[in-house]
Write a protein that binds this ligand. Structure first.
Ligand SMILES: Cc1cc2nc3c(=O)[nH]c(=O)nc-3n(C[C@H](O)[C@H](O)[C@H](O)COP(=O)(O)OP(=O)(O)OC[C@H]3O[C@@H](n4cnc5c(N)ncnc54)[C@H](O)[C@@H]3O)c2cc1C
Length: 381
């Protein structure tokens, strides 16, 4: 069997590696020359995502360029400490959730796939596909095509494959937030490495952590109408945090600010597969970044899919088993993440309520055990 994988972000290489583990050949077709490396500056690979990578023997490579970030401390914009939560759980071998530059994560999974002999074709933007009795043919923007037995879409939240598979599929849903990120080499203040400080500011949300080497990594979520893009984001961002306690405005002032990214998630996508074609990762169930789970979900998908294809009687049964196993979990994550995103975009009244309720919620609700369903999950082949 030969599988065509569309998209070489995180899910694409993970899927190809997982398929190889069960003896299925796969080749990856990526739209860009080098993949979407620059999109977003860094991301959280949660303990469950690392557990999934370990099933592929690829977690150690990712950890080499990542920093451990096991805890989060929440603050209000007035400087009140609202509480603390664990960022994931500790795996049996002691590994905690890590933060990694997006470009490092993409490069690592891609080069690990290549090292294992998986072919990646760049500059191949899928525009359409046709299915026949003997296979599926993907057609690319450059006029070339490729044929395989199955087509697995790992082409992200704005998936072209999804809109061909089901023209009625829901469109990505704007969260109301633009996302920014930056790194300051020597911010001139210290902090506890491994701790994310999350500030529910008066007008926007800010997170930062310091590394052992003294860098400060920050991200910001700014409520904004979709398309309301200023000529220069930096003053707009500084203004949003001016007057908040903490270091937000100062860190932004000292950074180069790249254009903000509008954050989307997906409402439940009714059709995940038809015939020889299946959606996975963000193409099937994009979550907003607030849960720090999108990449982990894509890697878990890869492993579950490989197991289903190995154990199923044909691809239709395998795709159905995959969906039955994955849909409840990923939709729960998307819903959880959306709740957090909504609290970041809170208006003035909701904000007061949030700042009052959050400490109670953090004490009672956000315990390790209440989120164990998300973090304590071992995807296995
Ligand atoms: C600002 C931001 C912060 C985030 N933070 C986190 C975080 O902290 N933790 C976390 O786990 N997740 C986070 N995420 C989400 C995470 O990035 C995604 O969930 C994850 O990348 C999904 O992997 P994927 O392989 O499904 O899609 P992607 O990684 O998006 O990869 C899709 C690939 O498909 C390619 N492609 C697209 N269209 C085509 C086409 N027509 N033909 C061929 N190729 C195509 C793209 O170029 C890309 O390389 C964040 C996302 C954003 C935007």
């Amino acid at each position: 069997m030969k599988v065509l994988i569309i998209g070489c972000g995180i899910g694409g290489p993970a899927t190809a590696m997982a398929l190889r583990e069960v003896g299925i050949e796969a080749e990856i077709h990526e739209a860009y020359a080098r993949g979407a490396d620059g999109v977003g500056s860094f991301l959280n690979v949660a303990s469950n995502g690392l557990a999934a990578l370990s099933a592929l023997g690829a977690h150690k490579k990712v950890l080499e360029s990542a920093i451990p970030t096991p805890r989060m401390v929440m603050w209000s914009g007035t400087g009140k400490r609202l509480g603390e939560v664990a960022n994931g759980l500790r795996l049996d071998d002691g590994t905690v959730s890590h933060t990694v530059l997006r470009s490092d994560l993409y490069r690592t999974v891609r080069s690990e796939a290549e090292r294992r002999g998986i072919r990646i074709a760049y500059g191949k933007r899928l525009v359409s596909y046709d299915e026949g009795p003997g296979g599926v043919t993907a057609r690319f923007e450059d006029g070339t095509q490729a044929t395989g037995d199955l087509l697995i879409a790992c082409d992200g939240v704005h998936s072209r494959t999804r809109s061909i598979l089901d023209p009625q599929a829901p469109a990505p849903r704007y969260s109301g937030l633009y996302s920014f990120g930056g790194i300051v080499e020597d911010a001139g203040f210290t902090g506890e490495p491994g701790v994310y400080n999350m500030v529910f500011g008066k007008r926007a949300f800010f997170g930062h952590t310091v590394t052992e080497s003294g860098q400060t990594w920050w991200f910001a979520n700014l409520p904004r109408k979709l398309g309301d893009v200023p000529p220069d984001w930096k003053p707009a961002l500084i203004q949003a945090f001016e007057g908040d306690a903490g270091f937000s405005a100062e860190l932004i002032r000292r950074s180069e600010v790249e254009p903000g990214l509008p954050i989307h998630d997906l409402p439940p996508v009714p059709v995940w597969h038809r015939g020889r074609v299946l959606l996975t990762g963000d193409a099937a169930h994009a979550t907003s970044p607030s849960s720090g789970q999108g990449a982990s979900m894509a890697i878990e998908d890869a492993i579950v899919l490989a197991r289903c294809l190995r154990d199923g009687k044909g691809h239709e049964e395998a795709f159905a088993s995959f969906e039955a196993e994955r849909r409840p979990r990923v939709e729960r994550v998307v819903a959880y993440s959306r709740t957090i995103s909504n609290s970041k975009a809170a208006g003035p009244v909701a904000r007061v309520f949030r700042d009052l309720m959050l400490p109670i919620f953090l004490r009672k609700g956000a315990s390790q055990e209440s989120l164990a369903w998300m973090y304590r999950y071992q995807a296995s082949l």
